[in-house]
Design a protein around this ligand. Sequence first.
Ligand code: GLC
Ligand code: GLC
Length: 641
Amino acid sequence: MKKTSRELLQNTTQLDIECEILLKRFSLSLKATAKGRWPILEERLQQTLPQLLPLYLNLYGERYDCYYHLEQLLKLLARALVQRPDYLLAEDEAPQQWHKSQTALGSACYVDLFAGDFNGLAQRIPYLKQTGINYLHLMPLFKAPEPNSDGGYAVSDYRKTMPHLGSMAQLSELMQKLHAEGIRPVLDFVFNHTSDEHRWAVKAKAGEQQFQDYYFFFDEQERDQYAPWLREIFPEIRRGSFTFEPAVGRWVWTTFNSFQWDLNYANPEVFNAMAEEMLFLANQGAAVLRLDALAFVWKEAGSNCENLSKAHTLIQAFNAVASIAAPALQFKSEAIVHPDEVVKYISPAECQLSYNPLLMALLWNSLATRKTRLLTESLQRRFAIDPYCSWVNYIRCHDDIGWTFDDNVAWQLGINPDHHRQFLNQFYTGQFAGSFASGVPFQQNPVTGDCRVAGMLASLTGVEQAVAANDQPKLAHALARIYLLNSVILSIGGLPLLYMGDELGLLNDYRYTQDEAKKDDSRWVNRVKVSEQQLAQATDASSLSGKIYAQLQQLIAVRSRLVALGSGSTEILQSGNQHLFAYRRQLDQQSVLCVVNFSEAPQPFTSLPASSWQDELTATRYQAPTITLQPYQVLWLTPAS
Ligand code: GLC
Ligand code: GLC
């Protein structure tokens, strides 16, 4: 039932009163903990406790010891604030809308593959700056089981790094250096699970009830209240979502690999403990935390345990915690789920940034089909988000490509979504006649027939085939596809994220099949080492890498002088031609009309509102009513006077 405004007012007042009482009750001990930073803490608590409290009560209010845990939480916030370095404290005061700039540009890399270790990475800062990078996601670097840790996504200790990369102190130093160079460091917050070697897991195995309660241990009957509704994430490696743990004699919840144990957030001790780890990472210098696998963090019997409403409450509670102890910290959502669910994680109070898997998957779809209807229709429904927040637009990442799109939109266009996904898998694994792509299948599910695709950008766009066949026209098309994809993520609105190695057109690395620890995970085909030599080719225009890099640099340079491509609004347009994709970016008086031809044939574009246009990419003038786009051509049009 809807509340009347009078009731709401009463509730708000009640909430304020309750927060005031709580603050009074805890203030002595908080003051002692926060020391010289108590005035800051007090002010932030006054501001944010009214947000945090209802969230915490929603999650844990039914527990008799809820307020005890709340007090522990506030104390750890005070401790974290005391430990926050001065340079980050200063950032906490600055507005955090840097991701809206037309020069904001991200990259993601594995430290060892890109630079060997933390010292090596510091030496590559000039390369990052030369490329225009000002946001750098350092992929998981935490202490993890060996040899297989799911690419680092099984964390054994959030406060220790893998020894071959260097120490946590060195990482901290590196992150401070990155800040000083204008590059925001991004770390993973792998909070859905720990590895089975984390000290909590070790204690759970040793029989300590307190730590068994950090995870989900079930007998068969309990397990079966959940199991039938769950999606299998890695079906080739292990069926189901539970692993029998002999030391405990029960089943433990493992959504991903059997050595990744899901954390039980119904336990407030887990929330507090992870909040402390989160703030530790923020205080080491992370400007953004990538919330790994966030769709899975809350479980309820009889549901598919993805995207539950309390998952949102939980993330909002973490967000409120961060606003008190580390306000400059931003969250990036890694929700690779249905588009209707992806957008629900995006709001100033939840995740300010989010991967855009819909755009990613449908760009690949349009390249395969040479048609843009699914892309256009889907984005018209699902591109708009809160203006404070930003999409993180990417083409490739360290993971597979899953064919995420709304089945209903597909049906409306007369596309059978299941058949279409099969086609896409065949196309990108090179099994479809005439396909330009060299990708590999990932996690074929024998029951559902489901499958995803792995591969580097250059291999998936046709460079690998063209180079092998020494076919120049094919190579030209492949390069045009890379240019086209880059142009879209750089102009459609949001923070573009390059996947390290793709800017140089590096190809698939098939050697993972010879490595015992990697051979069952084909995503390693697109986790390639970047050598010194390859980096040097960036500026060698005669090399293939140099050409790909130069094309990208040209796009970045043009983008950086068009403010509308930063904080402007985005309108996805009906292009009037099923091979063309068009959108308009608008900021005050500046308007940029972007048009992309996804086919190998010339295509007319006739939906032009003004009569005279200038393409910012080539400084070419065009006259309405019709512009013909050449194969794979991209236009960034501004009205010419
Ligand atoms: C995320 C990571 C992926 C990992 C999974 C489990 O999806 O991107 O690499 O396998 O989480 O942590
Ligand atoms: C699933 C998860 C996603 C993860 C991927 C790893 O698709 O939804 O979070 O990135 O598995 O392959």
